[in-house]
Design a protein around this ligand. Structure first.
Ligand code: BTN
Length: 252
């Protein structure tokens, strides 16, 4: 189906015209036994979800709104890395498919210049110390020609950036293939993928704002740890690992 070159990802495909959220659907179908690698993809979402409880604008036909269900033997500690790997895969695929200079804003927004073209929402269900499943939801603004007023300063699409219409199916194929490749390579070469991630990451060596124990702090992002934390040197010289939550990058 879809002319895919992947072995595991999208072995089973659930396609919709309209659904509340592909992440919600993936979680419902996970409970009903959907297998490892299942792909949930829709033309439109009525309740697209972003990180930190935000909503995600998902108009009909203009983007790629999909979720990949992973349920092989994963440790909770590996989930942060999976999210970073998904970002790296989208970054590679967008560059290949469109030539746009896509970069990653830690942990996993894909940006072109200072505007976002893709967001990733990873949700997991764990029982004791065992991961039941991980739902990796990816939203790519592909052919949007405009955005709601409140988003227009920070969101863009591949069409707006490249100046031409972008075919969604080849891009989806490329993202799935790159995601499968990085998932397979990660256990073998974790350092080389972390290094590639760092070279594509706009947050490093920039001033960032972050929250620590409910306090707003600022500092410079110096590194990314092997488990995916952003390492920030605060203005008083202390190194902090930042796990996720809200990080703002100055100028982005
Ligand atoms: C973010 O940047 O805040 C994450 C956005 C994630 C959006 C995608 S679209 C497909 C999947 N289904 C959802 O409801 N959200 C994710």
């Amino acid at each position: 189906a879809l002319g895919l070159k992947t072995k595991l990802l999208a072995n089973e495909i659930y396609c919709y015209d309209l659904i509340d959220s592909t992440n919600e659907e993936a979680k419902r179908k996970a409970l009903a036994g959907a297998p490892d690698g299942s792909l949930f993809v829709t033309e439109q979402q009525s309740g697209g979800k972003g990180r930190l409880g935000r909503s995600w604008t998902s108009p009909a036909g203009q983007g790629l709104w999909f979720t990949i269900l992973l349920r092989s033997s994963l440790l909770p500690s590996q989930v942060a890395s999976i999210t970073l790997l998904a970002g790296l895969a989208v970054c590679r695929a967008v560059r290949k498919a469109t030539g746009c200079a896509a970069m990653i804003k830690w942990p996993n927004d894909i940006v072109i210049g200072s505007k976002k073209i893709c967001g990733i929402l990873t949700e997991m269900a764990a029982e004791m110390d065992r991961i039941e499943y991980v739902a990796v939801g990816i939203g790519v603004n592909v052919n949007n020609e405009n955005f709601p007023e409140e988003l227009s300063a920070k969101a863009t699409s591949l069409r707006l950036e490249s100046g031409s219409f972008v075919r969604r199916v080849p891009l989806l194929q490329e993202i799935l293939l790159e995601f499968e490749t990085v998932l397979n390579d990660y256990p073998l070469h974790p350092e080389s993928l972390l290094n590639e991630y760092k070279t594509q990451c706009v947050s490093l060596n920039r001033r960032v704002g972050f929250t620590r124990a409910n306090q707003k702090m600022t500092g410079v992002a110096e590194d990314i740890s092997p488990s995916g934390e952003l390492i920030v040197r605060s203005d008083d010289g202390v190194l902090y690992p930042v796990y996720s939550g809200e990080v703002t990058v100055q100028g982005i």
